[in-house]
Design a protein around this ligand. Structure first.
Ligand code: CBF
Length: 827
């Protein structure tokens, strides 16, 4: 950069913060950006022009934030996450800039409705569920707290699939989220980074006579950064999310072009671009595919290179790296970053091994998000060695050094060495990525109190004994900007009227609402908000899916990925049992409050049992909804393609939140927090963050049921026989028999036979063991719901006592316990 350029940094200013200023800018974007006049503009033209106008209001803040972070030389958080489930951007940008009213008025003056343009936005579904959404909440909070952070990830061309139902069965369609334009991204092909793969390693003697190793890769790809703004809430800050897209390198192309093989060259490009083509649509199950490992290495290699070469000053001494960065590993997906940093320091910078290891160990921290052993990633050494031969050697060396230390502390304890080895020998020689992350990370955390305890005691017990201080907990959180302010404007207004402004960035202040739970007038207003949100949901479902919701019913919601451990089957058994008891005359439908059972869930495309369960819910729904004997009492709805956008309307309308995983299986859950914050009462097991929700909102405002984790353990150890529950409980037997009879499949007994057999003979997640306790808890729900005033009181207390679940608080905990970074000073 020349002196002149450096000295002439003209300040970038935002357009005028007024209706006129906005309209002028919007029309300019429409004309010069989209190339259309207002008369001829399509809704998409208008949406794109609006998005670009709004981002202009953020631009000065963004450039200024980047400049100030560079100048301050502050420690940054590099959040490494293979997933970001962002949700729509427009509204979030509008509230961040406090522009909603101006834009509404400005557009109205041109005859355009903001709500129409809002609907035009396709949300970037670059994540599967909780983990990706958590990453999005965290970057939002860090921006709002003025903490320097870069979120690094992958710009998948196709995000999580679009779910449709054909005859009640899930059918996946490609998520073409980029087709109509992507106004929120800033591509920088000129800043592309080269990433190598394959080949072999060789030994050589460097100029100083030192024996060294170098990687001789076989092929490479380019990583093109796409920047996204992450606006802080009304604080003048905008952080950066940098997602990488894969392209073929010139060298790759040219070699093939020169050989005259045009078609091969094009194929080579496709091969390279495949790396960022599609998000793996799995959740809580590892994929173990070569392309997945390519994705993981691709994005972390780009990100480390970017941070070292572009974010840090050119003359930066990497020995001080831990003062400037902490790479937070969001689950095991980015863990290959550890040997990558070692490779850079040892092979490229020519440091001693010990020197490099000392720095590396201070630069990483690892968050584990699971308790399912099968969800902990392992990579076969054959695959890792083929794709990243140098990294495998580095992992072996890390392991050798580590095991030598362990052997010193526990002489002769061969079994312990085998248990703790980063390399597993059975059933296949492979690298245990969670172990690598634990050995390398300065800290390891779980995502809820119970999860962190089980992580220490059950998942990584040898490691927590070895390094007790390395392990900590940070309970998850969710951003109140999106999940209260945007999702629930009516409740937000009520809260602001009650306790004044400021709570959106200091959510603990919701406590000030507690006394209002005893105020009849406030309760009335609170109910009006819920009723309004139900109408809003009803209108949306009608428009979106042609689903009609009955007028006045309890809204009982279970939305989350479809997985056996989350136990959607338990919910289905509850519905079938109610249905069966009503039609057999045992239960008077007018004796229970009318209920709408709402589901939202995507199943991994290869997960047969999960897909069957979706079909079962839909088939039960069809029969129940068509049966006049239960009309008005029971309604089942299952809108397809549950995503962040639908969640924002569904959650605020809910009365009851279903969090019914088997105790000890759900790491945390974050939907549970969103529901409580929006005034739904939880029916839940003692699992994940439910435990903390219950502690905070109070036992009397939470419907607890089911086995606790030690009981689950004891039952499984003693030998669990699900069929005995079937035999001993007539209500359960009748519900299962009804499914088995083909009553929900037009008389065909084979359709849901796998679910029935699985429940009776395996039932890995103890659905039958918890069935009766669940039904009893549902009876308590019915009784509580009948007392409208008491229910509303509990709902208000749920909101008032859930401020702890802000992702801002989670970020402060990460800062205190793990990162030790600082927010940027106000000016
Ligand atoms: O920590 C965020 C969430 O991550 C998961 O979704 C995951 O993918 N491992 C867990 O299943 C959730 O419990 C957790 O809340």
């Amino acid at each position: 950069m020349t002196e002149n350029r450096a000295n002439s940094t003209a300040p970038v200013t935002a357009p005028q913060h007024s209706v006129e200023g906005f309209v002028k800018e919007f029309l300019r974007e429409l004309h010069f950006g989209q190339g259309v006049t207002l008369e001829r503009a399509s809704v998409n033209d208008e949406y794109l022009a609006l998005a670009r106008t709004v981002r202009e209001y953020l631009m000065a803040r963004w450039l200024e934030t980047v400049r100030r972070q560079r100048d301050a030389q502050a420690k940054s958080v590099a959040y490494l996450s293979a997933e970001y489930l962002l949700g729509r951007q427009l509204d979030n940008a509008l509230i961040a800039t406090d522009m909603t009213e101006i834009v509404e008025e400005g557009l109205a003056s041109l005859g355009i409705e903001l709500s129409t343009l809002r609907e035009q936005e396709v949300e970037p579904g670059l994540g599967n569920g909780g983990l990706g959404r958590l990453a999005a909440c965290f970057v939002d909070s860090l921006a709002t707290m003025s903490v320097p952070c870069i979120g690094y990830g992958i710009r998948y061309e196709y995000g999580i699939f679009r779910q449709t139902f054909v005859d009640g069965f899930q059918v996946e369609q490609a998520d073409t989220w980029l087709t109509l334009g992507a106004p929120w991204e800033f591509p920088h092909p000129e800043a592309a980074v080269t990433v190598h793969f394959g080949g072999s390693t060789e030994r050589y003697t460097d100029d100083d006579g030192v024996e060294r190793t170098r990687w001789v890769p076989a092929w490479d790809v380019l990583g093109v950064p796409y920047n996204y703004m992450v606006p802080g809430y009304q604080n003048g800050r905008v952080n950066t999310l940098r997602l990488w897209s894969a392209r073929a390198t010139k060298a790759f192309d040219l070699a093939i072009f020169n050989s005259g093989e045009y078609v091969d060259a094009v194929r080579a490009q496709t091969f390279a671009e495949n790396i960022s083509k599609v998000l793996y649509p799995e959740d809580s199950t590892p994929q173990g595919k070569e392309l997945r490992l390519q994705q993981q290495y691709f994005f972390v290699a780009c990100s480390i290179r970017d941070f070292v070469d572009n974010v840090l000053p050119a003359d930066f001494d990497l020995h001080n790296l831990p003062d400037r960065i902490i790479f937070q590993l969001n689950d095991t997906h980015p863990v290959i970053a550890v040997p990558e940093l070692m490779r850079i320091l040892v092979d490229e910078k020519k440091w001693d091994w010990d020197e490099a290891w000392a720095v590396t160990q201070k630069c990483f921290a690892y968050t584990c998000h699971t308790l399912l052993p099968e969800a902990l990633e392992v990579w076969p050494v054959a695959l890792l060695g083929k794709l990243l031969p140098r990294h495998l050697e580095i992992i072996y060396r890390i392991n050798d050094d580590f095991l030598a230390e362990v052997a010193q502390r526990y002489p002769g304890d061969e079994l312990r060495l085998r248990r703790m080895s980063i390399i597993a020998e059975y059933p296949e020689r492979s690298v245990r990525m969670a172990f690598l992350a634990t050995v390398a990370g300065a800290k390891v955390n779980g995502v809820a109190a119970l999860h962190s305890q089980l992580l220490r005691d059950k998942v990584l017990p040898d490691f927590s004994e070895y390094w007790p201080d390395k392990f900590t907990n940070v309970t998850n959180g969710v951003t109140p900007r999106r999940f209260v302010r945007l999702a629930n404007p009516a409740l937000s207004e009520l809260i602001t009227d009650a306790i004044g402004p400021g709570w959106l960035t200091d959510l603990a202040r919701l406590r000030e609402m507690e006394p209002l739970a005893d105020d009849a007038e406030f309760r009335e207003k609170f109910r009006a908000v819920k009723a309004h949100n139900k109408q809003r949901l009803s209108a949306l479902l009608q428009r979106r899916d042609g689903i009609t919701l009955p007028g006045d019913a309890m809204l009982d919601v279970m939305v989350k990925r479809l997985h056996e451990y989350k136990r959607q089957t338990l919910k289905v058994l509850h519905i079938v049992s109610l249905y069966e008891r009503i039609i057999s005359g045992e239960l008077d439908p007018t004796s229970i409050p009318p209920r709408v059972f709402a589901f939202g869930a995507k199943a991994a495309p290869g997960y047969k049992m999960a897909k069957q369960t979706i079909a079962l819910i839909n088939h039960v729904g069809r029969v129940v909804n068509d049966d006049p004997r239960v009309k008005g009492a029971l309604t089942v709805v299952f809108p397809p393609n549950y995503n962040v956008t639908l969640a924002e309307t569904l959650i605020p309308a809910a009365d009851l939140s279903e969090q019914i995983s088997l105790a000890g299986k759900e790491a945390s859950g974050t939907g549970n927090m969103k529901f409580a914050l929006n005034g739904a009462l939880t029916i839940g097991t003692d699992d994940g963050a439910n435990v903390e929700i219950r502690e905070l909102v109070g036992d009397e405002n939470f419907f607890l049921f089911g086995l606790v984790e030690p009981e689950v353990d004891a039952l499984v150890t003693a030998g669990y026989h699900p069929s005995s529950y079937y035999e001993e409980n007539p209500t359960l037997r009748r519900a299962i028999d009804r499914i088995a009879s083909g009553a929900f499949a037009g008389g065909d007994r084979t359709v849901f036979e796998p679910i029935v057999s699985n429940l009776l003979h395996e039932d890995r997640f103890l659905v039958l063991a918890d069935f009766q306790a669940y039904l009893d808890a549902q009876d308590r729900v019915d009784a509580a719901y009948r007392d409208t005033e008491a229910w509303t009181r509990s709902a208000i207390l749920n909101v008032a006592r859930s401020g702890y679940f802000s992702s801002d608080r989670a970020m402060w905990d990460y800062i205190d316990r793990i990162w030790h970074s600082q927010p940027l000073a106000a000016r």
